[in-house]
Design a protein around this ligand. Structure first.
Ligand code: CAO
Length: 515
């Protein structure tokens, strides 16, 4: 059987590190497709296949240090038929085990919690051998993205979706051929509507897990991207080092490149030339450890940077006298507890913000097409919730129509869901205005970043007793610091000052809302 051993080429130095293995055993590849990516201290280099063939053996692994002439991959040149067949031949351990236990399992979309999301990456191809929990597709709604993992191990027989497709709950994603050696077949899942729930449960729970592969294979400080993305990056002259991978296992996907370009174009001439922060080898000065940011942190960090670079931010500071409100709240705490509700100042502040927005609807607007302002007729308030996995902003819908107890109840429910990674995309969508409360922790003021495409965010710091002059004397009043950051393209300083004044008025005496 004709074979070819692909060896490390001249790498212009003593050694290089294997930073990506782009192929798997049984893959059918074409001449010039990348099979291994090497990186030396000078450059990274993709090693292409010299001929068409099937990957027979992979002789190196991630992080291996290799030098010129070291064998990396054995290519079978004879078996160059279609990819799926070639792979299946590879998977069949023996005719008897294969015929006895092989079955086809359907994978359906889990409960997305939204009408529709978009497929941003298809992570598996027909013929791929996959393990249980390997990602099949990555989907994204306007607030979150998630991997849909396979509940089965086996061979991908068919993929029924493609990148860019709109997808909704219970749609057929793929069919997996499972074999005796595939662990998931032992759970005897049948392809029926009833068992699709099992598949969904597996998928949903996986979306709430950290991508385990990421922590084991993510090559810290290196950039994971497939050959097509690397090729596109080269064509567009974009260094992968400036991109944040939002794909599975933090891989850089095409959308990251497109988003980067879009961002730079939106920034216009001035923004496009932003110098990069240099990469520093901190280990030169002492021991360091490096951890890959969680997916949620990566999404939040991209959103913060996008908002910070696109929005001219101004922050208005003010203080609200909440002395009477706090007395009232403390008096209501027992009643709230009887209803199973934890009553904090936040519920009142959400309610007061919602009514300030009724009075000043521009605070629930968004810019569209550069010169249009969309006014939303609903008032949904997002609340930033800090979790060990990153920052989430669940949304309290129609807050102006809710009672204080109901708002407090929803706050606790949504914050709990966030902390347990159980928020659904719908829980985080449709926000008009955001509140970020650091009041339980401390501080006197801060400058929150607007949660684009919203136009304003209210930061809350810790309330404290202050001497306030009433015309005759200083009296002790409980003052709550407010920090309102806004998009100066939409809101001007006078509107911002009026908004915090209105809010302070409502918080000083909630009856003012009724006037
Ligand atoms: N001043 C003084 N005390 C305050 C306060 C304020 N502004 N806000 C809340 N408190 C008090 C509460 O009354 C409560 O005390 P009691 O139990 O005695 O009543 C205590 O602080 C703890 O409140 P809490 O944190 O449990 O509840 P909350 O409703 O204030 O906040 C939530 C809920 C979800 C916003 C919060 O848990 C959280 O995640 N905060 C982090 C916010 C964050 O990360 N912001 C992002 C910043 S931008 O990077």
């Amino acid at each position: 059987m004709p074979e070819e051993i692909i060896k490390v080429p001249d790498i212009g130095g003593d050694s290089a590190t294997v930073i990506e293995v782009c192929v798997k055993l049984g893959d059918s590849i074409k001449k010039d497709e990348s099979i291994i990516v090497l990186e030396s201290d000078k450059a990274s280099m993709e090693v292409p296949a010299p001929k068409d063939g099937i990957i027979k053996e992979i002789l190196v692994k991630l992080e291996d240090s290799v030098s010129e002439g070291v064998p990396m991959v054995k290519l079978d040149l004879a078996a160059t038929e279609g990819k799926p067949e070639a792979k299946q031949a590879k998977q069949q351990p023996s005719a008897s085990t294969q015929t006895n236990t092989q079955s086809i399992q359907k994978v359906l979309t889990p409960d997305l919690g939204v009408d529709s999301a978009t497929i941003i990456e298809v992570c598996a191809q027909v013929g791929d051998e996959i393990q249980q929990d390997d990602s099949l597709i990555t989907i994204e709604s306007d607030k979150a993205s998630m991997d849909v993992p396979s509940p089965y191990a086996g061979i991908v027989k068919s993929m029924h979706v493609k990148q860019g497709d709109a997808i909704s709950t219970d749609m057929l994603i793929a069919e997996i051929s499972t074999t005796a050696s595939a662990p998931a077949t032992e759970t005897k899942q049948n392809v029926t509507a009833a068992t699709s729930d099992t598949a969904k449960t597996a998928a949903v729970s996986q979306t709430n897990k950290q991508p385990t592969v990421a922590t084991t294979t993510a090559n810290e400080g290196k950039y994971h991207a497939g050959p097509a993305v690397r090729k596109l990056a080269r064509e567009l002259d974009i260094s992968l080092s400036v991109l944040q991978g939002t794909g599975p296992n933090h891989r850089i996907v095409k959308e990251d490149l497109h988003g980067y370009i879009k961002n730079r174009m939106n920034q216009g001439g001035g923004g496009a030339g932003i110098p990069q922060i240099p990469q520093v080898d901190f280990s030169k000065w002492g021991e360091v450890t490096t951890e890959t940011q969680s997916r949620a942190q990566q999404i939040a960090s991209t959103n913060f940077q996008t908002a910070w670079l696109n929005i001219p931010h101004v922050t208005q500071f003010d203080q609200a006298d909440i002395t009477d409100l706090e007395n009232f709240r403390k008096g209501m705490k027992k009643q709230a507890e009887a209803k199973g509700v934890k009553l904090t100042p936040l519920a009142f502040i959400i309610k007061a913000c919602a009514h300030a927005i009724v009075a000043m609807p521009e605070f629930a607007s968004s810019l569209a097409d550069g010169n249009k302002q969309v006014f939303k007729k609903y008032i949904n308030i997002g609340v930033a919730v800090d979790t060990p996995f990153g920052l989430f902003v669940p949304v309290i819908k129609n807050a102006n129509n809710l009672g204080i107890f109901e708002i407090a109840k929803q706050c606790v429910e949504l914050a709990t869901k966030a902390k347990e990674k159980k928020l659904k995309p719908n829980d985080m969508q449709g926000g008009c205005f955001t509140i970020s409360s650091l009041g339980a922790i401390g501080g006197t003021a801060f400058t929150p970043i607007v949660n684009a495409p919203e136009v304003a965010i209210l930061g809350l710091s810790k309330s404290s007793m202050q001497p306030v002059w009433n015309g005759n004397e200083f009296i002790p009043r409980l003052m709550l610091p407010l920090s309102l950051s806004y998009d100066h393209r939409v809101i001007n300083g006078v509107q911002a000052a009026k908004f915090t004044a209105t809010l302070s008025n409502y918080l000083a005496d909630m009856r003012n809302i009724l006037l």
